[in-house]
Ligand binder design. Structure first.
Ligand SMILES: NC(=O)c1ccc[n+]([C@@H]2O[C@H](COP(=O)([O-])OP(=O)(O)OC[C@H]3O[C@@H](n4cnc5c(N)ncnc54)[C@H](O)[C@@H]3O)[C@@H](O)[C@H]2O)c1
Length: 374
């Protein structure tokens, strides 16, 4: 087993000058972007904007990062090269447009938007402003996920037939915390942080990215804001025949047996902020990938990867940059794209594709399969 250690900083870029970055929104995920960027030589944080003074008060004045109640003031004063949009999805379109019009390249958190029309409007606004828009698919930067993708591309497990993630278990419905209408307006996709819209959207993107394929059929059902919460599920069929499956419910009790958890080397975060050091997780995030010659079990946040094939089960070493440093890796990749004047490696279109599949699950409503045009 890999030993617990502080993450190594990213390899020094041959270009010494970091790019200036501003954070828009300093909620749960704003805290971890801030934490991760501190260790990255690729960026220099020049501002944080959030209308909630209690959130801005969490920033240590010793950090010397200017804070703003108004996004417009930050953009005008700091003129950041990159703006990271870390606000609720319902606000993404307006915020992305404001950042693009101020001349900032934009990295936008998942889900990209709550409708395809809104996502397309964001893409158009960035195109018109001549800035790049990258989709914040942070899971693409988790070392265990990256290494799994490399192994699949090398044909280490043969043709992939099945990808699965299940997050089932909590302490009953009373303990569930719906995201609420600020994040997800009433009547539309909603539910809790471990459900389809807020978490599953990561996996929808990751499954296709892992195997280099696109979803063509969707059967599933998700919770909606304002309605009673239930089990959420999604079955995806890919062009090449592979099947992806997601099952979520944090309103029931788990069936985990003693010893089935794993130590997460990275720190963790919640509404109170970022907590350094590892933790024991009874339900560490876990993706199963089954191929015709082998299988991978990816503990994405625990930074651990296992391969099982005819030679037996073994742990595969992965880069020692556990969560939340995938957020640093993500911004470093975007900095490289901008410097090379290349299209973002994770383009906004990946966010549109994931959104299309997600919304198809709601259309399916557990009754029929929805086709995704090729
Ligand atoms: N990649 C990941 O692993 C991950 C994890 C958590 C959340 N997220 C995504 O990040 C986004 C934010 O989620 P969160 O959990 O941090 O939400 P949150 O509710 O904790 O925080 C959102 C913050 O945005 C601020 N805000 C709202 N409108 C604003 C505006 N116009 N300008 C500036 N600030 C504004 C709010 O005051 C709040 O502090 C969502 O899109 C969410 O899906 C991604």
């Amino acid at each position: 087993m890999q030993a617990f250690s502080e993450p190594r900083p990213a390899p020094a870029s041959p270009i010494a000058e970091p790019m200036t970055v501003a954070l828009v929104g300093f909620g749960e995920v704003g805290v971890v972007h801030h934490h991760a960027y501190r260790n990255s030589p690729a960026v220099r944080l020049v501002g944080v904007a959030d209308p909630n003074p209690a959130r801005l008060a969490l920033i240590d004045p010793a950090d010397g990062v200017p804070t703003y109640a108004r996004l417009e003031d930050m953009l005008a004063e700091q003129k950041p090269q990159i703006a990271c949009v870390l606000t609720p999805a319902a606000t993404h379109e307006d915020v992305v447009r404001a950042c693009a019009q101020a001349g900032a390249h934009v990295l936008c958190e998942k889900p990209l938007a709550l409708s395809e029309a809104s996502a397309e409007a964001m893409i158009a606004a960035c195109r018109e402003a001549g800035v790049k828009l990258s989709y914040g698919s942070s899971y693409r930067h988790l070392p265990a996920v990256r290494e799994a993708r490399r192994l699949i591309a090398e044909d280490a497990i043969g043709r992939v037939r099945l990808l699965q993630e299940q997050a089932v278990g909590g302490t009953g419905p009373k303990a569930q915390r719906p995201m609420g209408p600020v994040h997800y307006p009433v009547g539309g996709p909603g539910g809790t942080g471990m459900g389809l819209v807020d978490h599953g959207v990561h996996l929808i993107d990751i499954f296709g990215w892992l195997i280099g394929d696109h979803v063509r059929g969707v059967f599933g059902r998700g919770n909606r804001t304002g309605e009673p919460l239930g089990v959420e599920f999604l079955t995806l069929t890919f062009d090449g025949g592979a099947v992806g499956q997601l099952v979520y419910d944090d309103g029931v009790f788990p069936t985990t047996l003693p010893g089935e958890g794993l130590f997460s080397w990275g720190g963790f975060w919640d509404a109170a902020g970022y907590h350094a050091g590892g933790q024991w997780a009874a339900h560490p995030g876990c993706i199963h990938v089954h191929g015709e010659r082998g299988a991978l079990r990816i503990f994405h946040y625990a930074n651990a990867l296992f391969l099982n094939d005819a030679d037996g089960l073994r742990q595969i070493p992965v880069e020692d940059r556990p969560a939340p440093h995938h957020f640093a890796a993500q911004i470093e990749a975007f900095v490289e794209d901008i410097r090379a004047d290349a299209a973002p490696a994770t383009p906004a279109e990946a966010g549109v594709e994931a959104l299309r599949v997600l919304l198809a699950a709601y259309e399916s409503d557990g009754r029929r399969t929805v086709a995704i045009p090729g």
